[in-house]
Ligand binder design. Structure first.
Ligand code: UGA
Length: 436
């Protein structure tokens, strides 16, 4: 099928390349000239495992093209909207500027029978408003949220857990759902659940899923806070409750908490939308989820301060990790960088290292010192803080080797990803999050 994808960020670029890899003819459209140039040359504008391969393949075969010209969308059977919906500058709500601009630009190029598939994460009620404008062109809007995780985005797009499509009532909706089934044919054929529902449910599925994941993380981080005043071990606690299949162990990783371009802004936008709908109290707990999450960053900072005898001023602190999670170079709302910036603000001599995210970090926080080489970053440090659980730090760094480089023997494990016994045995003072 001929498809257009409007917006070539994390979501759109992966979607375009993944759709080409399953045999569609895809044009990716973005207003950012430099992004389009990179993609055209088969270069991914961000770090995402597996993306360069399918990008190069698609571009080389001619089935995947990129342009800044929205007119290139004309003739596609389905137009995916994958632009960003960041947090508003002056509030908690989602900024829909880019979604509205994408639809405005696309409208003149739509033909009767076309499908517009919204993938961006939007406040519930957005699709109903956009649908009317799109229907005037004889086209049909569907809401088809995306559940990809950065670092696994290619796999999550080609082989998702489920597909959700919100459609209008009646035959136009049925036809649109059939077209989406055709788009995702390989997944549908292998039995991936394909859920057809209304717009509001489809929009809500996405924010509800992210709100639930954020809640799970903050729940275990709240338990970490209780563990800290009782001498309990939150990791053992998570293992034990995680054996209950109704609870499950995944997303019970206590530490410096969640960040990134999705979870933090999505729970805030959900709260703001619920307030508008007069149901603020229904998700009032999300404010608490946000607050617990942010407290954990400060906790990591306090651990470094207390371990260094009450002040970090003039002390060299090696911060291992800058990305909001491993397998990503994304630093949006990264707890890791937040910890680094706070320590630096307190007068520490902070050295940050990360296998992928240094370039992005430097752009946003030029005041920090960055060292690419992990061992060089560790050299002479009075304390070490692990804030992103890259394999380079949790598996490939032995406590003995680290001890041969640093000045002090203090390690703060902001992700509870190290073996405390091994580090202590090598002479380190080990501090975890919610661990004795
Ligand atoms: C999240 C969701 O997991 C995806 O399903 C969703 O599609 C995506 O947002 C989106 O809305 O686009 P992502 O932001 O890539 O994906 O990252 P996650 O893997 O969910 O991690 C989010 C944050 O939670 C990271 O900072 C991670 O370190 C943290 N986390 C995760 C924990 O602190 N503890 C855990 O146990 C798990």
């Amino acid at each position: 099928m001929r498809l257009s994808v409007i917006g070539c960020g994390y979501l759109g670029a992966v979607h375009a390349a993944a759709m080409a890899s399953i045999g569609h003819e895809v044009v990716g459209i973005d207003v950012d000239e430099s992004k389009v140039t990179a993609l055209r040359e088969g270069r991914a504008p961000f770090f995402e495992p597996g993306l360069p391969e399918i990008l190069t393949e698609g571009v080389a075969s001619g089935g995947l093209t990129f342009t800044t010209d929205i007119a290139a969308a004309a003739g596609a059977a389905v137009h995916f909207i994958g632009v960003g919906t960041p947090q508003q500058k002056d509030g908690y709500g989602a900024d829909l500027t880019y979604v509205n601009a994408a639809v405005d630009a696309l409208l003149p190029h739509l033909s009767p029978g076309d499908i517009v598939a919204g993938k961006s994460t939007v406040p519930v009620g957005t699709a109903a408003v956009l649908a009317e404008r799109i229907a005037k062109k004889g086209a049909t809007l569907v809401w088809n949220p995306e559940f990809l995780r950065e670092g696994w985005a290619v796999k999550d797009t080609i082989d998702p857990d489920r597909l959700v499509t919100g459609v209008p009532e009646g035959s136009a909706g049925e036809r649109a759902a059939d077209i989406l089934r055709e788009v995702y044919h390989p997944s549908v054929a292998k039995g991936t659940p394909f859920i057809v529902t209304d717009y509001a449910t489809a929009e809500l599925v996405k924010v509800a899923a992210n709100a639930f994941l954020a809640t799970k993380i903050s729940f275990i981080n709240a338990m970490a806070e209780i563990a800290e005043v009782t001498g309990a071990d939150v990791t053992a606690l998570a293992d034990a409750i995680g054996h209950d299949a109704r609870i499950g162990r995944r997303f019970l990783g206590a530490g410096v908490g969640f960040g990134g371009g999705c979870l933090p802004k999505d729970i805030r936008a959900f709260s703001a939308r619920a307030e508008e709908l007069g149901r603020g109290e229904s998700v009032a707990f999300l404010r608490e989820i946000d607050a617990i999450n942010l407290r954990r960053r400060e906790r990591a900072v306090q651990l470094v301060i207390s371990s260094l005898g009450g002040s970090v001023h003039g002390k060299r602190v090696a911060v291992l990790g800058a990305a909001f999670k491993p397998h990503s170079d994304d630093i949006r709302d990264s707890p890791a960088l937040d910890v680094a910036v706070r320590l630096r603000g307190l007068g520490a001599d902070v050295v940050v290292t990360d296998p992928q995210a240094i370039e992005n970090s430097r752009r946003v926080h030029p005041q920090l010192t960055y060292i690419e080489d992990r061992d060089e970053a560790l050299t002479g440090a009075d304390a070490v803080v692990v804030v992103t659980e890259w394999d380079e730090y949790r598996r490939q760094l032995s406590p003995e080797h680290a001890a041969s480089l640093t000045h002090g023997r203090i390690i703060v494990d902001g992700r509870n990803c190290l073996d405390p016994a091994a580090w202590r045995a090598a002479g380190w003072e080990y501090y975890g999050m919610g661990r004795p």
